[in-house]
Design a protein around this ligand. Structure first.
Ligand code: PRF
Ligand code: ZN
Length: 370
């Protein structure tokens, strides 16, 4: 195993931990920004370090299309290629089955994609996904899973869960660098507690360095979502990191952390920034609104990020959606917000004031109590 996971403090099911990875020692709960192509859109790696990012995400499928994992390997791995010294995690490409389903065909062998670059078919098997991820060299690599939308029902959910369990053995067998890269398994099974339970048990038997909860944040209602997270965290080992994939919203991160999850990733903070929306303790601040045109305050007076120290809402209103700098400054603030949330969760759990932190967070987001 190429990681250490030490729980430093708990509050009921919530945990504050130190996660030591080959390239960086992280504090959990933690949020991981998504840099699909080996970059977080609009930010330099120095800026990402400045705001306290600990792990960033890359995607196997996108990196294989461009520039290709062979080239990344020849140039010394993704850390060196993108000039990022801290931890990296690559997703297996499994999720693209959902997000690019019109381009994908799934069989027991693997997933066949039509390359959006040249239209050629590309077969991503569990072996190939792990081979590519071994070449890319991230600290954490993800098993290839069969992902289906939680909003569908019927035998396809069961098929995908059992296939995910069969594929994990092919992933484990293909993994050539277990001493420097950690392979995480992904729990599937839709919203069905029986299927989720079978998947959790099956993965735990394989004694992996960490586990992800997949297949969520795909349009199901919050109640079902939180119920699946609660069930999975209860069944996963205490002493291993738990990663909820594709989550996202500050509220979900707070709730999932209370349920015992440790890691999160989502494009939301950077994507919403490109649409002109800032994350603030009260919820969302839409910089495009006319009222911002003359507002001399920073985005968030309680935020100590560079953008909030140096720029007014009026200036950002002028830039957003018109100049790349608008997206860049808003992404910088939004990721700073997510990093502060991660730190606040960690320290409040550690210092025994997690309930007060959650209450304060909820009061700011829902002042009317709804
Ligand atoms: N599997 C993989 N990546 C993912 C997910 C998943 O289930 C999700 C959940 N919607 C986000 N990213 N491999
Ligand atoms: Zn800020």
């Amino acid at each position: 195993m190429a990681l250490r996971f030490e729980i430093l403090g708990r509050f009921n099911r919530a945990r504050a931990a130190r996660l030591t990875l080959p390239h960086f020692t992280c504090q959990t709960p933690l949020f991981m920004p998504v840099g699909t192509q080996g970059t977080i859109k609009g930010l330099t790696t120095d800026q990402l370090e400045d705001i306290g990012c600990q792990i960033i995400l890359g995607n196997t499928y996108h990196l294989e299309l461009r520039p290709g994992s062979r080239l990344i390997d020849e140039l010394g791995g993704l850390h060196k290629f993108m000039n990022w010294k801290r931890a990296l995690l690559t997703d297996s490409g499994g999720f693209q089955m959902v997000s690019l389903l019109h381009l994908a065909d799934i069989t027991e062998e693997g997933v066949t994609f039509q390359s959006p670059v040249d239209g050629k078919p590309m077969l991503l098997t569990p072996e190939e996904s792990i081979h590519i991820q071994n070449n890319i060299g991230a600290d954490i690599i993800m098993a290839l899973d069969d992902v289906v939308k939680t909003t569908i029902t019927g035998p396809r959910i069961e098929e995908a869960m059992y296939r995910t369990l069969r594929w994990i053995d092919r992933c484990i067998a293909a993994h050539k660098k277990p001493d420097v890269q950690n392979l995480f398994g992904i729990v599937q099974g839709g919203l069905d507690p029986v299927l989720r339970d079978i998947c959790v048990r099956g993965l735990v038997e394989r004694n992996l360095p960490g586990y992800a909860i997949g297949g969520l944040a795909g349009g199901e209602d919050k109640d079902s979502f939180w119920r699946v997270v609660a069930q999975c965290t209860a069944g996963l080992p205490e002493n291993k990191p738990r990663y909820v994939m594709g989550v996202g919203y500050p509220l979900d991160i707070v709730v999932c952390s209370a349920l015992g999850a440790d890691m999160y990733d989502c494009v939301y903070p950077t994507r919403t920034a490109r649409f002109g929306t800032a994350l603030v303790p009260e919820g969302l601040l839409k910089l495009k609104q006319n009222a911002m045109a003359t507002d001399e305050r920073p985005i968030d007076p309680t935020c100590s990020c560079m953008v909030c120290k140096k720029y007014t809402r009026a200036y950002l209103h002028c830039l957003v959606t018109k100049d790349a700098m608008g997206s860049q400054l808003l992404s910088y603030h939004n990721l700073s917000f997510m990093m502060r949330l991660s730190r606040d969760l960690h320290t409040s759990i550690l210092e025994g004031r997690f309930p007060e932190f959650v209450r304060g967070f909820l009061r700011a987001q829902f002042p009317k109590g709804d």
